[in-house]
Ligand binder design. Sequence first.
Ligand code: AMP
Length: 212
Amino acid sequence: MRIVLLGAPGSGKGTQAQRLMKDKDICHISTGDMLRSAVDEGTSFGLKAKKVMESGKLVSDDLMIGLISERLSLKDTLNGFILDGFPRTTKQAKDLKELLQQMRIPLDSALLMDIDFEILMKRLVGRRTCSKTGKLLNIYFSSKEELDACKNLGGELLKRKDDNEEIIRNRLKVYRDQTEPLVDFYKSENKLKVINAEGSMDEVYQSLLATI
Ligand code: AMP
């Protein structure tokens, strides 16, 4: 099974990909995770990527295609893979198509996790972590009891640095401008499948399984 997972930041791609990886024993390849590791390791590639990532913009297509072609050449992808966060531009999608043709491993489908933009904004802007328990909460979606429980334990609701509203708006704009055109690209390739990503994690996963 070889799948591209498409969807805006916050649509839940990473979570669903992790589950699918375990259930189907295939690789989960997240370019965001690969870049964050390079940043943590302080490689020269990581240093280049860091500034771009912090601004919410995209790392260059050439760097990304190099990274993914190296990753796909590893043996652990033989059983299949889920690409999460790649491709993100039409150039990356076309280069990926060419690469997979050369490797003689065609893509099965591109799965779009469809979600309303207002819900996305609330998911990302409202995200908090309890400083006491580490529990992930959301000021819009968590119950009052859950939010109060953190405060009652003497904890604070902390916001992640990259959950800054301006950066989030920028990331969503970059998605709309550069990544959304891939929906039409994969439609024209007859690979596109759409799932509703607005339900609970379990509901979304069940419709994902039913679709692939
Ligand atoms: P993600 O965790 O997938 O949201 O990725 C975090 C950041 O890494 C993005 O905002 C981009 O700056 C960068 N990034 C990840 N994947 C790509 C890609 N395929 N092309 C360009 N930049 C990427």
